[in-house]
Design a binder for this molecule. Structure first.
Ligand SMILES: [Zn+2]
Ligand SMILES: [Zn+2]
Length: 188
């Protein structure tokens, strides 16, 4: 009989689980938007503005998660991320049911039970940032794209793989400048 941790490890390394997380996360993003616009009749303009604020919040979360959770946080998060550093093209992802388990209960509590309108739109924007980050990060390791901005992000992220204490931002470099973790050539 396989232990639960061995099973989770096996699922998190399977390509079908990897792509299933995109489907599940996109479905959750649509559900959160539908919650505010379809069910709670939040005006589109409000939902759009809150969605954008969620994307902005994601960029900071991306930096914080990568620096303090994946590199210095919980042992399980560090172990998973270490695997990515060892094998950057491997299909690694948390089991697909983890994000719904983590995010649906607080959404139902805050947007459903307490009834806070707009919360789900922020969450949808945050999920959009998360999905965009996941796919961009995947592309940086798997694809060759001619666009300058893509190649720039690619080389900055390669530097992170070589010098893991620099360049924590993947989709945008802004927070590395704020927290002074940007790679500079003169550094020893
Ligand atoms: Zn990477
Ligand atoms: Zn890293």
């Amino acid at each position: 009989m396989t232990s639960p941790s061995a099973w989770i490890l096996r699922v998190s390394e399977s390509p079908s689980n990897y792509w299933a997380t995109y489907v599940v996360d996109c479905a959750m993003m649509v559900f959160f938007l539908y919650w505010d616009i379809g069910l709670r009749h939040l005006p589109w303009s409000w939902a759009g503005a809150l969605f954008l604020s969620g994307i902005a919040m994601w960029t900071l979360s991306e930096y914080v998660f990568h620096r303090w959770l994946y590199h210095f946080g919980l042992a399980i998060a560090r172990a998973g991320h270490e695997k990515h550093h060892d094998n950057p093209t491997a299909y690694l992802a948390l089991p697909w049911f983890i994000t719904p388990l983590l995010f649906l209960p607080p959404q139902q509590l805050i947007a459903g039970w307490i009834g806070l309108r707009g919360f789900s739109s922020v969450l949808a924007g945050w999920f959009f940032g998360f999905i965009a980050y996941s796919f961009l990060h995947h592309s940086l390791h798997h694809y060759k794209v001619r666009y300058g901005w893509f190649r720039h992000l690619q080389s900055e992220h390669r530097i992170h793989h070589a010098f893991p204490e620099t360049n924590y931002g993947v989709t945008m470099r802004f927070w590395d400048r704020v927290f002074r973790t940007e790679f500079v050539k003169t550094q020893r």
